[in-house]
Design a protein around this ligand. Structure first.
Ligand code: SF4
Length: 185
């Protein structure tokens, strides 16, 4: 059966009339205004950590909780857009498997132990110092120089230009020559 445009409009009109006669509002005159979850939230600019593109995001924070995430329209890389991974970003924030404490597995151990962040920081600093001191290279003349090939540094898409600068500065100061970035691994 062929339905013309006129038949279709007549059918819609008849349906609306019947609904009205039955006391049903086919087209509610008032739609309850949905309160936006971002109402009153503070907007916090940040970066997407998922990949090396480093897109800018804006997190809406209300009562200490992220309630929405969107692309940062002022960010030069993504200009407000976000890929599907980042659009699902908010799921990762409150995920029960998200790591929020340092986990340490001692050499030879099979179990992880939870450690305070301060402990982890101090441990990393001591190990960097010990490795560096033990692995400085020497010139052909036997002169020890500030160069160690026993430590490598890996950057991240989550760190900004200034942080990259500081990381590079720190590593060069420590004599680290292997500097990489997650974009290239
Ligand atoms: S939004 Fe997508 S493309 Fe941009 S950094 Fe995140 S994962 Fe990468």
């Amino acid at each position: 059966m062929t339905v013309t445009r006129r038949d279709f409009l007549k059918g819609v009109g008849a349906g609306a009339g019947l609904a009205g006669a039955a006391g049903i509002e086919a087209f509610p005159s008032e739609v309850a205004a949905r309160e936006l979850k971002t109402k009153g939230a503070k907007e916090v600019p940040s970066l997407c950590y998922y990949c090396a593109v480093g897109c800018g995001i804006v997190a809406s924070v209300a009562d200490g909780k992220v309630v929405a995430i969107q692309g940062d329209p002022e960010h030069p890389i993504n200009r407000g857009t976000l890929c599907s991974k980042a659009q699902a970003y908010i799921q990762a924030l409150d995920h029960p498997k998200r790591l929020t404490r340092a986990l340490y597995r001692a050499p030879g151990a099979t179990e992880w132990q939870e450690k305070p962040l301060d402990w982890a920081m101090a441990e990393i600093a001591q190990r960097i110092k010990a490795t560096r001191d033990a692995a400085f290279t020497e010139t052909e003349d036997g002169v020890t120089v500030n160069r160690t090939e026993a430590i490598a540094a890996l950057g991240s898409a989550v760190i900004a230009n200034e942080e990259c600068y500081l990381l590079t500065k720190l590593m060069r100061g420590l004599g680290v020559v292997w500097l990489e970035h997650q974009a290239r691994v």
